[in-house]
Design a protein around this ligand. Structure first.
Ligand SMILES: [Mn+2]
Length: 401
């Protein structure tokens, strides 16, 4: 048979198609990600084994026109908020109408900011919420499917996607659990790479989703420190559509007003001795106690400072302090125990671990002193002397600035 023979051409075409198929199969078995595959111009029709994204598309197709309840279990965080948002968008491409519902309050101020800045449409559950009309429900970024509400028997689990260790059996139309991925957001980034979702970053909504997912990847991987290849791959795609200003806005660590005020006081009263910074902030209300540690965290960013100790009188009863250090030689536990020692029962006034520590000294009867100003001067003098003794500095030197 000559090369012009039509049968030859046919055979040749068959061979090429077979080769393509083999290559595609290889790519698939080498990797479990669709992102890799999308780089190769392989017609998905020719692959017998469906990718997870295709499987998900199939499930969504079957649920066309139905109503979906996307449940956020536990405290809403960037990863579960972003993936719920992405799923709602993906479902909408199949005419599936969804509601995102959370049961716990959005407690962390940063997550409240995320919802507000992105103007997200998510609902908090209350007694009036009518969940009887939903055909399906979905759960992302959670180890199990138990909900605080009892959905009707007919409402089946449509989608379950997670990256935590698998717990028990989960019955879902679509199930994707990948323990080796840093975030659920990355898995959704992979789904969105499929052209069927038309995710091209063209609309405001898509930019919002990309931004939220990127924030989800970042927070769950501790800013990429614990990121896996899929987290990076998904970020590569998402980065094309991210709204950078918005991302900066939502990822900027915001500090509660009280902590900010305390930090201002700590800065005004700072006492720098070599690489140490001490600051006595005076009287602090009970509920603002956490601000002392957060303020010490912040002050440690100052150039030339290795160790920060911030202390104050909390609730009028204790001298409460926090130590933060980036020194390789200072052991917070030993340092604090050396400085303050033990009480009459042999219990240390404080301790610590790797890079932080704290102490609490009861004022006892001195707490009843009517002259608060005088009492503070006394406390500050005593504590500062202990610190100076420890680091070997004569306290007659001028203090700070
Ligand atoms: Mn997560």
């Amino acid at each position: 048979m000559s090369s012009t023979d039509p049968r030859f051409k046919e055979k040749e075409a068959e061979l090429i198609s077979l080769k393509k198929k083999v290559r595609a199969q290889k790519e698939l078995s080498n990797s479990d990600t669709d992102l890799l595959e999308s780089d190769n111009a392989v017609d998905p029709q020719k692959i017998e084994k469906k990718t997870r994204t295709e499987e998900l598309i199939g499930i969504l197709e079957k649920a066309q026109g139905k109503r979906l309840l996307i449940c956020i279990k536990g405290y809403p965080d960037p990863d579960n908020i972003a993936t719920s948002l992405a799923l709602a968008y993906m479902a909408a491409q199949f005419d599936i109408q969804s509601t995102i519902l959370h049961f716990e309050q959005i407690s962390h101020h940063e997550n409240r900011a995320l919802v507000k800045k992105l103007d997200l449409d998510i609902e908090e559950y209350n007694d009036q919420f009518d969940y009887s009309s939903y055909d399906y429900f979905a759960v992302n970024d959670s180890q199990n499917t138990e909900l605080p509400i009892k959905l009707p028997e007919t409402c089946e689990l449509l989608v379950f996607v997670d990256h935590h260790r698998k717990l028990g059996t989960i019955k879902s139309h679509f199930l994707d659990i990948r323990e080796n991925v840093g975030s659920t957001s990355a898995i959704y980034g992979e789904y969105l790479a499929n052209p069927r979702f038309g995710f091209t970053g063209d609309t405001l909504e898509q930019a919002k989703i990309a931004t939220a997912l990127m924030h989800g990847v970042r927070t769950d991987t501790d800013n990429f420190v614990n990121a896996t290849p899929l987290d990076y791959k998904a970020s590569e795609l998402l980065s094309r559509y991210v709204d950078k200003d918005l991302l900066a806005l939502i990822s900027r660590q915001s500090i509660p007003a009280k902590t900010m005020d305390l930090t201002q006081i700590a800065l005004q009263r700072k006492d720098i001795r070599g690489t140490f910074m001490f600051s006595g902030v005076g009287y602090v209300r009970d509920e603002d106690r956490d601000g002392i540690g957060q303020c010490a965290d912040y002050l440690l960013n100052r150039e030339g400072i290795d160790t920060v100790v911030v202390y104050g009188v909390v609730g009028g009863e204790f001298v409460d302090g926090s130590l933060r250090t980036k020194s390789h030689t200072l052991d917070p536990d030993k340092w604090i125990k050396d400085v303050f020692g033990q009480d009459q029962h042999g219990v240390y006034y404080g301790g610590g671990r790797k890079d932080k520590g704290g102490f609490q000294i009861p004022l006892g009867v001195f707490g009843k002193c009517s002259d608060k100003e005088l009492l503070w001067i006394l406390i500050k003098k005593t504590i500062d002397e202990l610190f100076y003794n420890k680091i070997g500095i004569d306290d007659s030197e001028s203090s700070g600035d």
